[in-house]
Design a protein around this ligand. Structure first.
Ligand code: KIV
Length: 264
């Protein structure tokens, strides 16, 4: 299979084929996931919670992200690698440029940042400098202290309209991809239809152009013993991790996941 690029992802959107994205933090998982057909591997700052054991993503540093991005690059067999800019790594334009360069030099093909319309300047400056950007909207875990918890976003009309306007503005600013976390499916569908770039969802229903999950979650691994409502445990019915990841790829491609019970 040829290497996955932004062109590949745009074609998948145009052809109505779902894009499969999954977090990866090390070489072995990167190898298993890319061989199984995961098209986008997200080196997520969720590593602060699932690898490091913190109760939020805030303690993760750019050096942590670069370390795991390098590992994922070594195991990758053709997927597009997207790396998160962690908390405070893009508070200024200078920070955004310097820290994105570090992640791209570590092996990322694209960076992801969390926020809303205020990110437009960052997005256009990064894309002008050759750094593709994914804008993460909706539930943005780096701002959990402002949001007051990990809650569904965009349920009210005014908030939903603001999210739609932000999505359109970020595409216009140069974002190459959008990621929607924990938003009502109807709103996710509206945003997906309103923009040309691929929209990846998590807890955003089956109408987005692709799906992402945290790999630990979809393997049924959790420190608290609870999994969020939008997660399916793909280990059930499988004998090994490679089987679970292949089942996830198939379920996303065939639009069997997410099902109604995983939506808001
Ligand atoms: O950090 C991460 O894993 C993420 C996903 C939850 C989308 O941003």
């Amino acid at each position: 299979m040829p290497d996955v690029t932004l062109t590949t992802l745009n074609k998948l959107k145009q052809n109505g084929e779902k894009i499969v994205c999954l977090t990866a933090y090390d070489a072995t998982f990167a190898h298993v996931e890319s061989v199984a057909g995961v098209e986008v591997m997200l080196v997520g700052d969720s590593l602060g919670m699932v690898l490091q054991g913190h109760d939020s993503t805030l303690p993760v540093s750019v050096d942590d992200m670069a370390y795991h991005t390098q590992a994922v690059k070594r195991g990758n067999r053709g997927a597009l690698i997207m790396a998160d800019l962690p908390f405070m790594a893009y508070a200024t334009l200078q920070d955004a440029l310097r820290n994105s360069a570090q992640l791209m030099q570590a092996g990322a093909h694209m960076v992801k940042l969390e926020g809303a319309g205020w990110l437009a300047e960052n997005v256009s400056m990064l894309s002008r400098n050759g750094i593709p950007v994914c804008a993460h909207l909706g539930l943005t875990p780096q701002t959990v202290n402002i949001l007051g918890g990990y809650k569904v976003q965009g349920r009210e009309e005014a908030q939903a309209k603001a999210l739609l306007d932000d999505a359109v503005a970020l595409e216009a600013a140069g974002a190459s991809m959008l990621l929607l976390e924990c938003v009502p499916s109807a709103l996710a569908n509206q945003i997906t239809a309103a923009v040309k770039v691929p929209v990846i969802g998590i807890g955003a229903g089956s109408g987005t152009d692709g799906q992402v999950l945290v790999v630990h979650d979809m393997l049924g691994l959790s420190i608290s013993g609870r999994l969020p409502r939008f997660v399916k445990n793909f280990m059930i019915g499988q004998t090994d991790i490679a089987g679970a990841i292949s089942a996830y790829v198939t379920a996303v491609k065939q639009v069997e996941f997410p099902a109604a019970e995983h939506e808001f």
